[in-house]
Design a protein around this ligand. Structure first.
Ligand SMILES: Nc1ncnc2c1ncn2[C@@H]1O[C@H](COP(=O)(O)OP(=O)(O)OP(=O)(O)O)[C@@H](O)[C@H]1O
Ligand SMILES: [Mg+2]
Length: 228
């Protein structure tokens, strides 16, 4: 059992739920696929909850506003620490209780996003993110879907998205987003057991089919429980 200031995460015996994260650059289709997966699981009567970072709690919503809308420049390390403040609260208040209750948690971005955006995009280095993870958010996802597609097509989707003003991070240049994409892909190669890289250039139906095919074996225990 590992305990960091009140957030207990068992290394050997994990909570009974399932923790799935969705990662990728802006416009890669994370939210689209998370909502589709959630809908399919709900239709089967499985206990699913959807959440996101930043902004999965009441504190997180306020942090999200600062992180995405602050008009002045933000120090990169301050940005990273706010992301972890959000994550810490989210784990304690949202993710861990849901997993302990046996739910399937679908989370839009998690620690891999800090590695990619603040570690690589903002050039703070991944070691710093690893250090914060170990001390404040030691829970690893069971599965991470990396929605991967070229930066130009993802940014074109964002530009075409209805009603979407670009936020502080989306307004960064191409080189920033390329660093983020490269860092995500590198991480996926480093942790092939946890990550599944999905070709996010494909149609939404195809991406969803690829994702659900991979997720299928994880659902069996939940189906059995739901049938009882
Ligand atoms: N596979 C796809 N092919 C074409 N368009 C897509 C695909 N998936 C999503 N889109 C569209 O691209 C836009 C961005 O998708 P979405 O909001 O799901 O991305 P996201 O990764 O959640 O972005 P953000 O990081 O900004 O939240 C939306 O308008 C969505 O309808
Ligand atoms: Mg989204």
């Amino acid at each position: 059992m590992r305990e960091s200031a009140g957030v207990r995460v068992r290394k050997t015996q994990r909570p009974k739920g399932l923790f799935i994260t969705f990662e990728g650059i802006e416009g890669s289709g994370k939210t689209t696929q998370l909502l589709r997966a959630a809908e399919l699981l709900r239709r089967e009567g499985l206990p699913v909850v959807t959440t996101r970072e930043p902004g999965g709690t009441s504190l997180g919503l306020q942090l999200r506003r600062l992180l995405l809308e602050l008009p002045e420049p933000m120090d990169p390390a301050a940005e990273l620490l706010l992301m972890f403040a959000d994550r810490r609260q989210h784990l304690r208040e949202g993710i861990l209780p849901a997993l302990e209750a046996g739910r399937i948690v679908l989370c839009d971005r998690y620690t891999d996003a800090s590695r990619a955006y603040q570690g690589a995009g903002r050039k703070l280095g991944e070691e710093l993110v690893d250090l914060l993870q170990e001390n404040f958010a030691p829970l690893e996802p069971d599965r991470t879907y990396l929605l991967d597609c070229p930066v130009d097509s993802a940014l074109a989707r964002i530009a075409a998205r209805p009603g979407g003003d670009r936020d502080r991070i989306e307004r960064e240049g191409i080189a920033f987003h390329e660093r983020v994409r490269t860092a995500y892909r590198k991480r996926a190669r480093k942790e092939p057991k946890r990550f599944v890289v999905l070709d996010a250039s494909a149609s939404p139906d195809q991406v969803c089919a690829d994702l659900m095919e991979d997720l299928e074996p994880f659902l069996e225990p939940f189906r059995k429980r739901a049938a009882r």
